[in-house]
Design a binder for this molecule. Structure first.
Ligand code: TXA
Ligand code: MG
Length: 545
């Protein structure tokens, strides 16, 4: 069959809307955009048309479909005993990513509901699709438009990849704005029960309904005999070809676990902040760890995209379960068949950065007094240059001759990169390839519950992402120049040049969680203030969590 492609950008495009609706009216299959994911639509009252949906997707027939309607006034056409709660939810959230399970009327075929006497009802937040449903005059049964078992489609290109030649038409409505499927709430039980987390956060449902129970299938793999209330939740889902492992814990914890444990070449689904730390992996960044809406938009595309690569295993960072995190984490865990590893290490890692001469030492002493294990990244790097054979090999390949008789000539390396921006960039790249992994490993191996990573370029190197909190130490420029002169025995002009080559205070204020201004006249005062500062950092983190 030749699939017809429609690009309809407005619900006022009456001719195109009528052409698309005609496919539904004559019992054909039409992929439709929604705010969550693309749906594979057919006339939900026509059992033959609905059968073709199951065939095109390769979907088990006991897995019921959702009926899509243009507004809540259609509910009573297809549902019996619609409770008041349904109207309250529709008022609050429709059109939007919420599906309600209600008792069905006999006119809804059992084929549509997988043999159940209930039916899922949803009003999508996509004006073009609502206009097509109105024009067709029938409720549209539409599962996600992916081939059964694959990640859902969030772009028309995904739909083409799975359905071209198998269905009558595809309406291209752009990329899906939400990116994970609708939240499903069962209103036929008391209290109402969440069957699938989705684009509408559970917290918002609870704000309207009060108590909402959580179906076990949301958070766990069901054992062989158990039946979830949403039949679809029992099937392996969303899975790329390569097996997936989900790593739990805070972003910093899962990041540390991954950096200490994943092999080069593995596929990774990461928060944006962590991507630079894995230069030798196939990385799909799905948005900042602070932006769950972006993670939701990108998670399915990330899962799909690995199938075009040669990766044989995939690891994913998992958001916490607040807000949209519950849905994003659920999709990742389902893609992994609930294969998860616990990345939590119970450690608190402080990143410490700041300009040369600012006086980080006071803060490091305060941390040491608390038993912190600390990694001085400069010293650690020099140690690695001496001892890490793989690092030496890479440096020797990039800068021939720096390795002599098994020893790395630091002076020579320094002179090669000095004043040569492209050589320096190559060196930085090699260091990034080796250092964060080594740092993560020593922190993982240490017994101390508190650790510090001390690095001038903490943010630029990406290491800041591995920290639970990042602190900067600053001091007035003249003070720093004075300290550098005294410390390194150099004249004022050279000290000034060195200090001025560094980032200014505004950079640290913008990139760090806290700034310690080390403008104290004496060492004792500085250290007393540093202790207060560290307590404050640790307390702040406890209050947050
Ligand atoms: O966002 C969405 O909901 C998308 C778009 C296209 O609207 N649709 C979607 O449909 O995700 P589908 O078929 O991929 O997932 C529907 C889920 C399945 O897990 C199914 O078992 C469950 O809803 N479901 C449907 N009707 C049900 C019912 N009467 N009782 C319990 N679960 C039901
Ligand atoms: Mg689906």
């Amino acid at each position: 069959m030749t699939t017809q492609y429609f690009t309809i950008s407005t619900p006022d495009d009456a001719a195109q809307i009528a052409a698309a609706a005609a496919i539904l009216r004559r019992g054909g299959l039409l992929a439709i955009p929604t705010e969550t994911v693309y749906g594979l639509g057919a006339d939900g009252l026509n059992a033959d048309a609905v059968l073709r949906i199951f065939e095109a997707k390769g979907r088990p027939q006991d897995n019921p479909l959702i009926l899509h309607i243009p507004d809540a006034s259609w509910l009573t056409r297809y549902c019996e005993n619609v409770p008041d709660a349904a109207y309250r939810l529709a008022d609050a959230f429709w059109p939007g990513p919420l599906t309600m399970i209600l008792p069905k009327k006999p006119m809804v075929p059992l084929r549509t509901t997988g043999g159940l006497d209930t039916v899922g009802m949803r009003c999508p937040d996509h004006a073009v699709t609502r206009a097509i449903i109105e024009a067709a005059g029938v409720p549209v049964a539409a599962p996600s438009a992916n081939t059964s078992g694959r990640p859902s489609c969030t772009t028309a290109a995904h739909v083409r990849a799975d359905m071209d030649g198998k269905i009558d038409g595809v309406v291209d409505g752009g990329d899906c704005a939400v990116g994970v499927e609708s939240t499903i709430i069962d209103l036929t039980v008391t209290p109402p029960r969440l069957l699938r987390p989705g684009g509408l956060p559970l917290e918002k449902l609870r704000a309207v309904l009060g108590e909402v129970a959580l179906d076990k299938a949301v958070t766990q793999q069901l054992s062989a005999g158990e039946q979830p209330r949403a039949p679809g939740m029992k099937y392996r889902h969303y899975a790329p070809k390569a097996p997936v492992t989900v790593v739990t814990g805070t972003p910093a914890e899962s990041g540390r676990w991954l950096r200490a444990n994943v092999p080069d070449g593995a596929g990774l689904i990461l928060f944006d902040e962590f991507a630079p730390l894995f230069p030798l992996n196939t990385v799909r960044a799905i948005g900042s760890c602070r932006d769950k809406a972006e993670q939701a938009r990108r998670v399915f595309d990330a899962l799909r995209s690995f199938d075009d690569t040669g990766v044989t295993e995939i690891y994913a960072q998992c958001p916490d379960s607040e807000g949209l995190g519950l849905a994003v984490g659920n999709r990742l865990k389902k893609a992994a068949g609930f294969h998860t590893v616990d990345g939590r290490d119970g450690k608190f890692v402080i990143g410490l950065t700041g300009q040369t001469g600012a006086g980080k030492t006071s803060v490091l002493r305060a941390l040491a007094a608390l038993g912190a294990y600390s990694v001085d990244c400069d010293a650690f790097y020099y140690e690695q240059l001496r001892t890490d054979a793989a690092l030496q090999r890479d440096l020797d390949a990039a800068f021939p001759g720096v390795l002599r008789g098994g020893e790395l000539d630091r002076q020579k390396l320094g002179s090669v990169v000095f004043g040569d921006a492209s050589a320096l960039a190559r060196l930085d790249e090699i260091v990034r390839r080796h250092l964060p992994r080594a740092v993560a490993k020593v922190i993982a191996a240490s017994d101390a519950p508190l650790a510090a990573i001390d690095a001038i370029k903490l943010t630029e190197s990406g290491l800041a992402a591995l920290c639970d909190a990042v602190a900067a130490v600053t001091a007035p420029e003249d003070e720093r120049i004075r300290r550098v002169m005294a410390r390194d025995g150099i004249d004022e002009a050279r000290a000034r040049a060195r200090v001025q080559a560094q980032k200014d205070e505004a950079f640290y204020r913008a990139t760090c969680d806290a700034v310690f201004e080390n403008d104290y006249p004496g060492v004792a005062e500085a250290e007393a203030a540093a202790r207060e500062f560290v307590y404050h950092l640790l307390r702040g983190s406890k209050e947050e969590s």
